[in-house]
Design a protein around this ligand. Sequence first.
Ligand code: BGC
Length: 447
Amino acid sequence: MILTKDSFGEDFIWGVSTAAYQIEGAHDIHGKGLSIWDTFVKKKNKIFKNQHGDIACDFYNRYIADLHLMHSLNIRNYRFSIAWSRILPQGTGEANPSGIDFYNKLIDLSLELGITPWITLYHWDLPHALEQRGGWINREVTDWFADYVALCVKHFGDRVKNWMVLNEPAVFSAAGYFFGVHAPGKKGIDYFLAAAHHASLAQAKGARIIKSIQPDSTVGTTFSCSHIEPFTGREKDILAAKKADVLLNRFFIEPLLGMGYPTDEIKILRRIEKYIKHNDENELKFDMDFIGVQNYTREIIRHSLFVPYLRAKIVSAKSRKVELTAMNWEVFPESIYHVLKKFSAYPNIPPLIVTENGAAFPDEVVNNQVDDPKRVQYLQSTIAQVLRAKQEGVQVNGYFAWTFLDNFEWAEGYHPRFGLVYVDFETQQRIVKSSGHWYADLLKQKI
Ligand code: BGC
Protein backbone atom coordinates (compact mmCIF):
# COMPACT_ATOMS: atom_id res chain seq x y z
CA MET A 1 0.00 0.00 0.00
CA ILE A 2 1.28 3.47 -0.83
CA LEU A 3 0.83 5.71 2.14
CA THR A 4 -0.52 9.14 1.29
CA LYS A 5 -1.38 12.07 3.45
CA ASP A 6 -4.72 12.57 1.73
CA SER A 7 -6.01 9.17 2.89
CA PHE A 8 -6.14 10.73 6.36
CA GLY A 9 -8.32 13.66 5.33
CA GLU A 10 -7.74 17.37 5.19
CA ASP A 11 -8.13 18.05 8.90
CA PHE A 12 -5.68 15.43 10.11
CA ILE A 13 -2.93 17.06 12.17
CA TRP A 14 0.64 16.13 11.29
CA GLY A 15 3.50 17.22 13.47
CA VAL A 16 6.54 16.48 15.58
CA SER A 17 7.01 16.47 19.37
CA THR A 18 9.88 17.48 21.63
CA ALA A 19 10.36 18.12 25.36
CA ALA A 20 12.16 21.02 27.03
CA TYR A 21 14.70 19.15 29.15
CA GLN A 22 15.59 16.81 26.31
CA ILE A 23 16.60 19.57 23.88
CA GLU A 24 16.87 23.07 25.35
CA GLY A 25 20.11 23.01 27.34
CA ALA A 26 20.84 26.46 28.86
CA HIS A 27 19.91 24.83 32.12
CA ASP A 28 21.01 27.61 34.48
CA ILE A 29 21.18 30.84 32.54
CA HIS A 30 19.00 33.93 32.17
CA GLY A 31 17.36 33.41 35.53
CA LYS A 32 16.25 29.80 35.02
CA GLY A 33 15.83 27.81 38.24
CA LEU A 34 16.99 24.21 38.46
CA SER A 35 14.58 21.37 37.82
CA ILE A 36 14.58 17.89 39.33
CA TRP A 37 16.29 16.66 36.17
CA ASP A 38 19.08 19.24 36.51
CA THR A 39 19.83 17.91 39.98
CA PHE A 40 19.12 14.21 39.32
CA VAL A 41 21.62 13.98 36.46
CA LYS A 42 24.37 15.22 38.77
CA LYS A 43 24.03 12.16 41.02
CA LYS A 44 26.52 9.42 40.20
CA ASN A 45 25.49 6.51 38.00
CA LYS A 46 21.89 7.46 37.49
CA ILE A 47 22.30 8.21 33.82
CA PHE A 48 24.16 6.29 31.11
CA LYS A 49 27.81 7.45 31.29
CA ASN A 50 26.72 10.18 33.73
CA GLN A 51 25.48 12.26 30.80
CA HIS A 52 23.16 15.23 31.37
CA GLY A 53 20.99 17.77 29.60
CA ASP A 54 22.97 20.90 30.53
CA ILE A 55 23.52 21.61 26.84
CA ALA A 56 21.56 18.87 25.05
CA CYS A 57 20.69 20.19 21.55
CA ASP A 58 21.29 23.76 22.67
CA PHE A 59 17.84 24.47 21.30
CA TYR A 60 17.54 27.51 23.58
CA ASN A 61 20.22 29.21 21.49
CA ARG A 62 19.48 27.53 18.18
CA TYR A 63 15.68 27.55 18.00
CA ILE A 64 15.65 29.99 15.07
CA ALA A 65 17.64 27.73 12.77
CA ASP A 66 15.83 24.66 14.11
CA LEU A 67 12.38 26.09 13.44
CA HIS A 68 13.43 27.05 9.92
CA LEU A 69 14.67 23.50 9.43
CA MET A 70 11.33 22.19 10.71
CA HIS A 71 9.53 24.44 8.28
CA SER A 72 11.70 23.23 5.40
CA LEU A 73 10.55 19.68 6.22
CA ASN A 74 6.89 20.70 5.73
CA ILE A 75 6.11 20.25 9.42
CA ARG A 76 3.25 22.55 10.39
CA ASN A 77 2.44 21.45 13.94
CA TYR A 78 5.00 21.53 16.70
CA ARG A 79 4.42 20.03 20.14
CA PHE A 80 6.95 21.29 22.67
CA SER A 81 6.97 21.62 26.43
CA ILE A 82 7.59 24.57 28.70
CA ALA A 83 10.26 24.22 31.35
CA TRP A 84 8.36 25.24 34.48
CA SER A 85 11.55 26.39 36.24
CA ARG A 86 12.53 28.58 33.28
CA ILE A 87 9.50 30.76 33.77
CA LEU A 88 9.04 30.24 37.54
CA PRO A 89 12.53 29.61 38.93
CA GLN A 90 11.19 28.71 42.39
CA GLY A 91 8.16 26.92 40.98
CA THR A 92 5.82 29.51 42.49
CA GLY A 93 5.96 33.23 43.09
CA GLU A 94 7.86 35.56 40.88
CA ALA A 95 8.08 34.88 37.15
CA ASN A 96 11.33 35.12 35.21
CA PRO A 97 10.88 37.63 32.34
CA SER A 98 13.69 36.08 30.26
CA GLY A 99 12.02 32.68 30.44
CA ILE A 100 8.71 34.09 29.30
CA ASP A 101 10.52 35.99 26.59
CA PHE A 102 12.12 32.79 25.27
CA TYR A 103 8.77 31.03 24.85
CA ASN A 104 7.23 34.17 23.38
CA LYS A 105 9.92 34.22 20.73
CA LEU A 106 9.54 30.52 20.07
CA ILE A 107 5.78 30.85 19.67
CA ASP A 108 6.02 33.97 17.53
CA LEU A 109 8.54 32.49 15.14
CA SER A 110 6.54 29.25 14.87
CA LEU A 111 3.46 31.22 13.92
CA GLU A 112 5.38 33.39 11.49
CA LEU A 113 6.53 30.21 9.74
CA GLY A 114 3.01 28.82 9.68
CA ILE A 115 3.77 26.23 12.36
CA THR A 116 1.01 25.77 14.94
CA PRO A 117 2.30 25.41 18.51
CA TRP A 118 0.95 22.65 20.77
CA ILE A 119 2.20 23.23 24.29
CA THR A 120 2.80 20.48 26.84
CA LEU A 121 2.70 22.11 30.25
CA TYR A 122 4.56 19.40 32.11
CA HIS A 123 7.10 17.05 30.57
CA TRP A 124 8.72 15.78 33.78
CA ASP A 125 10.92 18.72 34.83
CA LEU A 126 9.44 19.81 38.15
CA PRO A 127 11.24 22.83 39.65
CA HIS A 128 13.80 21.58 42.16
CA ALA A 129 12.57 24.14 44.70
CA LEU A 130 9.20 22.39 44.69
CA GLU A 131 10.78 18.97 45.09
CA GLN A 132 12.36 20.33 48.26
CA ARG A 133 8.83 20.98 49.47
CA GLY A 134 7.79 17.38 48.71
CA GLY A 135 7.22 17.62 44.95
CA TRP A 136 4.47 15.38 43.59
CA ILE A 137 4.14 13.73 47.00
CA ASN A 138 2.82 16.95 48.51
CA ARG A 139 -0.83 17.59 47.65
CA GLU A 140 -0.08 21.32 47.46
CA VAL A 141 1.59 20.54 44.13
CA THR A 142 -1.86 20.72 42.54
CA ASP A 143 -2.11 24.40 43.58
CA TRP A 144 1.46 25.18 42.49
CA PHE A 145 0.73 23.54 39.16
CA ALA A 146 -2.56 25.39 38.75
CA ASP A 147 -0.84 28.76 39.28
CA TYR A 148 1.87 27.85 36.80
CA VAL A 149 -0.72 26.79 34.21
CA ALA A 150 -2.65 30.01 34.68
CA LEU A 151 0.54 32.01 34.18
CA CYS A 152 1.29 30.16 30.91
CA VAL A 153 -2.20 30.64 29.56
CA LYS A 154 -2.18 34.33 30.48
CA HIS A 155 1.17 34.92 28.78
CA PHE A 156 0.85 32.66 25.75
CA GLY A 157 -2.88 32.04 25.34
CA ASP A 158 -3.37 35.02 23.02
CA ARG A 159 -1.43 33.02 20.40
CA VAL A 160 -1.52 29.40 21.57
CA LYS A 161 -4.79 27.50 21.39
CA ASN A 162 -3.67 23.88 21.82
CA TRP A 163 -2.58 22.58 25.21
CA MET A 164 -1.56 19.25 26.68
CA VAL A 165 -1.61 19.27 30.44
CA LEU A 166 0.71 16.39 31.34
CA ASN A 167 3.10 14.13 29.53
CA GLU A 168 2.62 10.51 30.54
CA PRO A 169 1.78 10.68 34.27
CA ALA A 170 2.18 6.88 34.50
CA VAL A 171 5.81 7.10 33.44
CA PHE A 172 6.91 10.01 35.59
CA SER A 173 5.16 8.70 38.69
CA ALA A 174 6.35 5.10 38.26
CA ALA A 175 9.90 5.76 37.02
CA GLY A 176 10.43 8.75 39.32
CA TYR A 177 8.62 7.63 42.47
CA PHE A 178 8.44 3.83 42.43
CA PHE A 179 11.52 2.55 40.60
CA GLY A 180 13.65 5.62 41.29
CA VAL A 181 15.28 5.47 37.85
CA HIS A 182 14.05 8.90 36.77
CA ALA A 183 14.05 12.18 38.69
CA PRO A 184 13.60 12.66 41.55
CA GLY A 185 14.76 9.07 42.20
CA LYS A 186 12.31 8.12 44.95
CA LYS A 187 11.41 4.48 45.50
CA GLY A 188 8.31 2.98 47.05
CA ILE A 189 4.66 2.16 46.57
CA ASP A 190 3.44 4.99 48.79
CA TYR A 191 5.52 7.57 46.96
CA PHE A 192 4.12 6.25 43.72
CA LEU A 193 0.50 6.30 44.82
CA ALA A 194 0.73 9.79 46.28
CA ALA A 195 2.46 11.11 43.15
CA ALA A 196 -0.04 9.33 40.91
CA HIS A 197 -3.07 10.77 42.71
CA HIS A 198 -1.69 14.29 42.81
CA ALA A 199 -0.71 14.11 39.15
CA SER A 200 -4.23 13.00 38.25
CA LEU A 201 -5.75 15.81 40.29
CA ALA A 202 -3.34 18.33 38.76
CA GLN A 203 -4.22 17.09 35.30
CA ALA A 204 -7.93 17.81 35.65
CA LYS A 205 -7.33 21.02 37.61
CA GLY A 206 -4.88 22.31 35.00
CA ALA A 207 -7.36 21.58 32.22
CA ARG A 208 -10.18 23.37 34.07
CA ILE A 209 -7.98 26.42 34.51
CA ILE A 210 -7.05 26.58 30.84
CA LYS A 211 -10.71 26.40 29.83
CA SER A 212 -11.75 28.99 32.38
CA ILE A 213 -9.22 31.50 31.05
CA GLN A 214 -9.46 30.53 27.40
CA PRO A 215 -12.84 28.92 26.64
CA ASP A 216 -12.05 28.41 22.95
CA SER A 217 -8.85 26.46 23.64
CA THR A 218 -8.29 22.84 22.65
CA VAL A 219 -7.20 20.97 25.76
CA GLY A 220 -5.87 17.45 26.08
CA THR A 221 -3.39 15.42 28.02
CA THR A 222 -1.15 12.54 27.03
CA PHE A 223 -0.88 8.94 28.17
CA SER A 224 1.73 6.27 27.60
CA CYS A 225 -0.03 3.19 26.23
CA SER A 226 1.14 -0.32 25.50
CA HIS A 227 -0.47 -3.10 23.58
CA ILE A 228 -0.37 -6.03 25.97
CA GLU A 229 -0.53 -9.75 25.29
CA PRO A 230 -0.22 -12.69 27.68
CA PHE A 231 2.82 -14.91 27.19
CA THR A 232 0.66 -18.03 26.91
CA GLY A 233 -3.04 -18.83 27.03
CA ARG A 234 -2.64 -20.10 30.61
CA GLU A 235 -4.96 -18.50 33.10
CA LYS A 236 -2.09 -17.23 35.24
CA ASP A 237 -0.51 -15.39 32.32
CA ILE A 238 -3.84 -13.95 31.27
CA LEU A 239 -4.34 -12.60 34.78
CA ALA A 240 -0.80 -11.21 34.80
CA ALA A 241 -1.50 -9.42 31.50
CA LYS A 242 -4.68 -7.91 32.98
CA LYS A 243 -2.68 -6.53 35.89
CA ALA A 244 -0.08 -5.02 33.58
CA ASP A 245 -2.91 -3.47 31.59
CA VAL A 246 -4.14 -1.72 34.75
CA LEU A 247 -0.75 -0.14 35.36
CA LEU A 248 0.36 0.53 31.81
CA ASN A 249 -2.94 1.66 30.31
CA ARG A 250 -5.88 2.11 32.66
CA PHE A 251 -4.74 3.66 35.91
CA PHE A 252 -4.51 7.25 34.70
CA ILE A 253 -7.17 7.56 32.03
CA GLU A 254 -10.04 5.97 33.95
CA PRO A 255 -10.21 8.50 36.80
CA LEU A 256 -10.07 11.28 34.21
CA LEU A 257 -13.07 9.74 32.45
CA GLY A 258 -14.96 9.62 35.75
CA MET A 259 -14.56 5.86 36.22
CA GLY A 260 -12.43 6.02 39.36
CA TYR A 261 -9.13 4.17 39.85
CA PRO A 262 -9.14 0.57 38.60
CA THR A 263 -8.01 -1.34 41.68
CA ASP A 264 -9.88 -4.65 41.39
CA GLU A 265 -7.03 -6.62 39.85
CA ILE A 266 -4.21 -5.24 42.03
CA LYS A 267 -5.19 -4.95 45.67
CA ILE A 268 -2.17 -2.91 46.78
CA LEU A 269 -3.38 -0.05 44.59
CA ARG A 270 -6.29 0.41 47.00
CA ARG A 271 -3.78 2.09 49.26
CA ILE A 272 -4.31 5.12 47.04
CA GLU A 273 -7.45 5.74 49.08
CA LYS A 274 -5.20 7.13 51.82
CA TYR A 275 -4.59 10.15 49.62
CA ILE A 276 -8.13 10.62 48.36
CA LYS A 277 -10.15 13.36 49.98
CA HIS A 278 -13.81 14.23 49.90
CA ASN A 279 -14.99 15.10 46.38
CA ASP A 280 -11.72 14.05 44.74
CA GLU A 281 -13.58 11.64 42.49
CA ASN A 282 -15.27 14.64 40.85
CA GLU A 283 -12.09 16.70 40.91
CA LEU A 284 -10.27 13.98 38.93
CA LYS A 285 -12.74 14.11 36.10
CA PHE A 286 -12.54 16.41 33.11
CA ASP A 287 -13.98 16.30 29.60
CA MET A 288 -10.86 16.80 27.54
CA ASP A 289 -11.11 17.91 23.91
CA PHE A 290 -8.72 15.14 22.94
CA ILE A 291 -6.63 12.39 24.47
CA GLY A 292 -2.99 12.12 23.45
CA VAL A 293 -1.97 8.51 22.90
CA GLN A 294 1.74 7.69 22.99
CA ASN A 295 2.87 4.28 21.90
CA TYR A 296 6.19 2.73 20.96
CA THR A 297 5.86 -1.04 21.27
CA ARG A 298 3.92 -3.95 22.74
CA GLU A 299 4.57 -5.86 25.95
CA ILE A 300 4.29 -9.59 26.50
CA ILE A 301 3.42 -10.39 30.10
CA ARG A 302 3.76 -13.54 32.14
CA HIS A 303 2.98 -14.62 35.66
CA SER A 304 5.88 -14.36 38.10
CA LEU A 305 5.94 -15.22 41.76
CA PHE A 306 9.00 -13.08 42.32
CA VAL A 307 7.51 -9.70 41.56
CA PRO A 308 6.00 -8.20 44.70
CA TYR A 309 2.44 -6.81 44.55
CA LEU A 310 1.98 -7.65 40.90
CA ARG A 311 3.03 -11.27 40.39
CA ALA A 312 3.49 -10.32 36.76
CA LYS A 313 6.48 -9.41 34.65
CA ILE A 314 7.43 -8.30 31.18
CA VAL A 315 9.01 -10.96 28.99
CA SER A 316 11.84 -8.95 27.50
CA ALA A 317 11.83 -8.46 23.76
CA LYS A 318 15.48 -9.52 23.73
CA SER A 319 14.66 -12.94 25.17
CA ARG A 320 11.91 -13.32 22.58
CA LYS A 321 14.49 -12.89 19.80
CA VAL A 322 12.41 -10.34 17.90
CA GLU A 323 13.66 -7.28 16.03
CA LEU A 324 14.75 -4.61 18.52
CA THR A 325 15.20 -0.86 18.59
CA ALA A 326 18.15 0.80 20.37
CA MET A 327 15.94 0.91 23.50
CA ASN A 328 15.65 -2.90 23.31
CA TRP A 329 11.97 -2.49 22.53
CA GLU A 330 10.32 -4.80 20.04
CA VAL A 331 9.69 -3.35 16.60
CA PHE A 332 5.95 -3.93 16.45
CA PRO A 333 4.11 -1.21 14.49
CA GLU A 334 0.76 -2.96 14.86
CA SER A 335 0.68 -2.08 18.55
CA ILE A 336 -0.55 1.41 17.77
CA TYR A 337 -3.59 0.00 16.00
CA HIS A 338 -4.55 -2.07 19.04
CA VAL A 339 -3.97 0.81 21.44
CA LEU A 340 -6.13 3.16 19.36
CA LYS A 341 -8.89 0.55 19.18
CA LYS A 342 -8.68 -0.05 22.92
CA PHE A 343 -8.77 3.60 23.98
CA SER A 344 -11.50 4.49 21.50
CA ALA A 345 -13.71 1.84 23.08
CA TYR A 346 -14.10 3.79 26.34
CA PRO A 347 -17.56 5.31 26.60
CA ASN A 348 -17.55 9.09 26.02
CA ILE A 349 -13.92 9.18 24.97
CA PRO A 350 -13.01 12.35 23.07
CA PRO A 351 -11.09 12.12 19.77
CA LEU A 352 -7.59 10.67 20.00
CA ILE A 353 -4.36 12.16 18.71
CA VAL A 354 -1.13 10.17 18.51
CA THR A 355 1.06 12.68 20.33
CA GLU A 356 4.23 10.54 20.28
CA ASN A 357 5.47 7.60 18.29
CA GLY A 358 8.88 6.78 16.91
CA ALA A 359 11.89 4.50 17.16
CA ALA A 360 15.56 4.73 18.14
CA PHE A 361 18.13 3.05 15.93
CA PRO A 362 21.93 3.31 15.88
CA ASP A 363 22.32 5.95 13.17
CA GLU A 364 25.62 6.66 11.48
CA VAL A 365 26.89 9.59 9.51
CA VAL A 366 28.41 8.57 6.17
CA ASN A 367 29.51 11.30 3.76
CA ASN A 368 27.59 13.82 5.76
CA GLN A 369 24.37 11.84 5.35
CA VAL A 370 22.36 9.63 7.64
CA ASP A 371 20.52 6.81 5.98
CA ASP A 372 18.06 5.21 8.40
CA PRO A 373 15.89 2.78 6.43
CA LYS A 374 14.73 1.02 9.60
CA ARG A 375 13.19 4.20 10.97
CA VAL A 376 11.55 4.95 7.60
CA GLN A 377 10.11 1.44 7.62
CA TYR A 378 8.95 1.79 11.23
CA LEU A 379 7.23 5.14 10.66
CA GLN A 380 5.66 4.02 7.44
CA SER A 381 4.27 0.85 8.99
CA THR A 382 3.05 2.57 12.13
CA ILE A 383 1.34 5.37 10.25
CA ALA A 384 -0.33 2.73 8.07
CA GLN A 385 -1.66 1.14 11.26
CA VAL A 386 -3.03 4.51 12.37
CA LEU A 387 -4.84 4.71 9.04
CA ARG A 388 -6.17 1.18 9.51
CA ALA A 389 -7.69 2.20 12.85
CA LYS A 390 -9.10 5.39 11.35
CA GLN A 391 -10.66 3.52 8.45
CA GLU A 392 -12.31 1.19 10.97
CA GLY A 393 -14.01 4.17 12.56
CA VAL A 394 -11.60 5.15 15.35
CA GLN A 395 -11.66 8.92 15.79
CA VAL A 396 -7.97 9.62 15.52
CA ASN A 397 -7.26 13.15 14.42
CA GLY A 398 -3.51 13.54 14.35
CA TYR A 399 -0.02 12.09 14.44
CA PHE A 400 3.08 13.66 15.99
CA ALA A 401 6.37 11.87 15.37
CA TRP A 402 8.76 11.48 18.29
CA THR A 403 10.97 13.30 17.71
CA PHE A 404 12.34 16.19 15.70
CA LEU A 405 15.97 16.15 16.91
CA ASP A 406 18.10 13.41 18.44
CA ASN A 407 18.12 14.36 22.11
CA PHE A 408 18.79 13.49 25.74
CA GLU A 409 16.88 10.26 26.28
CA TRP A 410 16.52 10.51 30.09
CA ALA A 411 18.30 7.69 31.98
CA GLU A 412 19.64 6.36 28.66
CA GLY A 413 21.57 9.55 27.93
CA TYR A 414 22.38 10.31 24.30
CA HIS A 415 22.85 6.88 22.82
CA PRO A 416 19.28 6.12 21.68
CA ARG A 417 18.64 8.41 18.73
CA PHE A 418 14.94 8.97 18.02
CA GLY A 419 15.25 12.06 15.79
CA LEU A 420 14.18 12.72 12.23
CA VAL A 421 17.19 15.01 12.35
CA TYR A 422 20.60 13.77 13.45
CA VAL A 423 22.45 15.89 16.00
CA ASP A 424 26.20 15.80 16.44
CA PHE A 425 26.38 16.66 20.14
CA GLU A 426 30.01 17.82 19.87
CA THR A 427 29.50 20.35 17.11
CA GLN A 428 25.70 20.78 17.28
CA GLN A 429 25.55 20.14 13.54
CA ARG A 430 22.15 18.97 12.31
CA ILE A 431 21.74 16.48 9.45
CA VAL A 432 18.29 15.57 8.19
CA LYS A 433 18.06 11.76 8.16
CA SER A 434 16.41 9.88 5.30
CA SER A 435 13.45 9.44 7.66
CA GLY A 436 13.22 13.25 7.96
CA HIS A 437 13.16 13.54 4.17
CA TRP A 438 10.61 10.74 3.97
CA TYR A 439 8.33 12.48 6.50
CA ALA A 440 8.75 15.78 4.63
CA ASP A 441 7.67 14.06 1.40
CA LEU A 442 4.64 12.54 3.06
CA LEU A 443 3.64 15.92 4.48
CA LYS A 444 4.21 17.72 1.22
CA GLN A 445 1.60 15.82 -0.76
CA LYS A 446 -1.16 18.05 -1.98
CA ILE A 447 -4.64 17.05 -0.96
C1 BGC B 1 8.53 10.31 26.56
C2 BGC B 1 9.69 10.95 25.84
C3 BGC B 1 10.73 9.88 25.54
C4 BGC B 1 10.12 8.85 24.65
C5 BGC B 1 11.06 7.73 24.21
C6 BGC B 1 8.12 8.98 26.02
O1 BGC B 1 7.85 8.14 27.08
O2 BGC B 1 7.45 11.21 26.60
O3 BGC B 1 10.18 11.99 26.61
O4 BGC B 1 11.89 10.41 24.99
O5 BGC B 1 9.04 8.24 25.31
O6 BGC B 1 11.50 7.00 25.29
